[in-house]
Design a protein around this ligand. Structure first.
Ligand code: AMP
Length: 215
């Protein structure tokens, strides 16, 4: 199963990706998480990506594509993968289509998780993330067992620089201008499943499963 999760920043893609990963036993490839790992290791790529990320802008396509090209041919992706936060521009989508065509493994479905901007802005204010393993939490929707501490690896949780309100507004603008056109692109391939992303994690999870035809 090869899935793309589309939706604005804060639409809940990461949370649904965690569920889908267990359901299909396939990896999630989150370009945002890969960049954050590079930043925490202070690599050259991390330093370059950070400049864009902190301003709520997209990292240039060439840098993103280089990463993804190497990642999707790894052995753990043989039976499928969930793409979270990639592709984000039309050139990325076209490059991905070409890469997958070359290996004869096209995308099966694109889940478009729809959440209005006002709801996103409210949600982001409560979001925290583990800087070590990437798990995400929310003060209303997914509360950690011990406040401020990651359930998975006991690291102190932080608010991402790019989750601050001004940056969120910029990221939403970028989403509407550059990523939304991907819905049309994949609708032309008849692959889009629209999911109402407003509600609890469980409600959205049930809608995702229903759209994919699983229990
Ligand atoms: P995310 O965690 O997916 O919201 O990504 C955080 C930030 O990483 C984005 O706001 C972008 O600056 C950058 N980023 C992640 N994935 C991509 C991508 N596919 N194309 C361009 N920039 C990306």
């Amino acid at each position: 199963m090869r899935l793309i999760l589309l939706g604005a920043p804060g639409a809940g893609k990461g949370t649904q990706a965690e569920m889908l990963m267990k359901l299909y036993n396939i990896p999630t490839i989150s370009t945002g998480n890969i960049f954050r790992e590079h930043i925490s290791k202070n690599t050259e790529l991390g330093q370059e990506a950070k400049k864009y990320m902190d301003e709520g802008k997209l990292v240039p396509d060439e840098l993103v594509l280089e990463l993804v090209k190497d990642r999707i041919v790894q052995k753990d992706c043989e039976n499928g993968m969930i793409l979270d936060g990639f592709p984000r521009t039309i050139p990325q989508a076209k490059a991905l289509d070409a890469m997958l065509e070359e290996i004869g493994k096209p995308i099966d479905s694109v889940l478009d998780v729809e959440v209005p901007d006002e709801v996103i802005i409210e949600r982001m204010a409560g979001r925290t993330v583990c800087p070590s393993c990437g798990a995400s939490y929310h003060k209303l929707f997914k509360v950690e067992t011990v406040l401020g501490i990651c359930n998975e690896c006991s690291t102190h949780l932080i608010q991402r620089e790019d989750d601050k309100e001004e940056t969120v507004k910029k990221r939403l603008e970028v989403y509407h201008a550059q990523t939304k056109p991907l819905i049309d692109h994949y609708q032309q391939q008849d692959k889009v499943l629209v999911i109402d992303g407003v509600g609890t994690v469980d409600e959205v999870r049930a809608r995702v499963k229903k759209a994919l035809g699983v229990n």
